[in-house]
Structures are given as C-alpha cells and as structure tokens.
Design a protein around this ligand. Structure first.
Ligand SMILES: [Mg+2]
Length: 228
C-alpha cells in the first residue's frame, strides 16, 4: 500500500511536469503567431542581460582575490553553490558591483547599448532589476546609455529576486528578458512571455523562448520597425 501510494504520487508529479510543459509550449505557439513585439511591451533585467555582470565578477575575483574562475564554472544562479570559493568573497564582490558599478568597471553586454538605442526610438525602455539599491544602477544606466536613450527609460529596483510579474503587469509589459529561469517560470505562470537570455547557468534548463545575444533580440523576436 505504501509503495502503491508513493508510485501514484510519483506519477502525479510526472503528470504535473508534462502538463506544465504543454502549457509552456502553448505559450510559445502563441508567441510564434505574434512574432512582432512592440518595443513598448518588452522589458529587460539588468544583471547578465544589459550589464555584463559575469565579466565583472570574474575580473574582480582574479584581480583582487587571485581566484581564477571561468564562465562555464558558473553552473548555478546561486554562484556560491557551484564555486569552491569562500562565500564571503563572493558576497563582497557582488556587494561592490551593487553599490559601485561604475567604479568597479561594470560594462554593458556586447551590442546592448546599440540595440537599446534602436528600441528607444519607438518606446520608453523599461528595466526591472532585483537589485536593492536604485541609485547606483540608475547612475550606471545614465553613464552607459546615450543621454536621449537614458531619459527615455524607466527603472525599477525591486530589492527581491521574486515578484517581477507584479511590476511587469504594473508597467504594462507583456514580454520580459531575464537570465534567471525561476523568474521566467514565474512570469509564464502569470500569463506573460519570458525570454531567457542564455547564460551557462540556464542553458538547457528551460523550454522558454531564448536569445544568446543582443542582436538576437532584434533578429529572433523581430521587433516591429515601424511602430508608433
Ligand atoms: Mg539577471
């Protein structure tokens, strides 16, 4: 009896996974039927999407702590779970990048600025980040974006990794680009369309639409060129 109950529970869990996968694929079909995304409807995460936070993390780890880490070593969004590095060092590096991104040399992802500039011609840009402090990353955006692009942008610093769907709704978005699979799942469950920005810690771990570069945002999701 106990074995039968356990087996039943296991099959129920498998059914749930398949059911979720079917729901997700239905969403992808919807996305393919509406391939042109109005720039007003898409928002962006900051770290590891707009900002090359991984490059900065690896560079600071080597330069200031003598720790050589390769991008492919980071196989989990929770970095401390996959690196044999003192968590205190990891926390210190991230704290530096949160509080002083410009001073610590945080760079935009390749081609992010040119693509964001193009999108800003059509609609305000929207950034939603889990970062707890708005001012440093706001200053960073002002630093890296052309002035006209920065002034045509909105920024939310949530202070929490979970709960982005609430802001996506509040800001009138439908699509959101993020590197955290848990966030993308949350958005899909809330009826929105996540787009995973591929990174070593999310590759092969989801069945959402994805891109692996900023030119891919224009190419793959085909943002409408002539929209008001
Ligand atoms: Mg991110």
């Amino acid at each position: 009896m106990w074995y039968a109950e356990r087996t039943k529970m296991r099959y129920n869990a498998v059914d749930r996974i398949f059911y979720d996968a079917i729901k997700i694929h239905e969403r992808l079909d919807i996305m393919e039927r509406y391939p042109e995304i109005h720039p007003r409807l898409i928002g962006f995460d900051i770290d590891c999407v707009v900002a090359d936070t991984m490059e900065a993390f690896l560079r600071l780890a080597l330069a200031d702590y003598g720790i050589k880490i390769l991008p492919e070593d980071i196989t989990s969004f929770q970095v401390e779970e996959c690196l044999p590095v003192d968590p205190a060092v990891i926390n210190t590096i991230f704290a530096r990048l949160l509080a002083a991104p410009i001073e610590n040399g945080l760079q935009p992802m390749p081609h992010a600025v040119s693509v964001l500039t193009e999108l800003s011609w059509h609609a305000p840009l929207t950034f939603i980040t889990a970062r707890p402090m708005q001012e440093p990353i706001n200053r960073w955006l002002q630093h890296v974006l052309p002035d006209s692009v920065y002034r045509n942008s909105r920024l939310v610093a949530m202070g929490n990794h979970d709960g982005k769907a609430r802001y996506v709704k509040k800001l009138g978005l439908q699509y959101f680009v993020d590197d955290r699979v848990t966030t993308c799942t949350e958005l899909a469950c809330a009826g929105y369309f996540p787009i995973v920005f591929e990174q070593p810690w999310n590759r092969g771990r989801h069945c959402f639409a994805s891109i692996d570069s900023w030119p891919g945002i224009l190419k793959s999701i085909r943002v409408a060129e002539h929209v008001s």
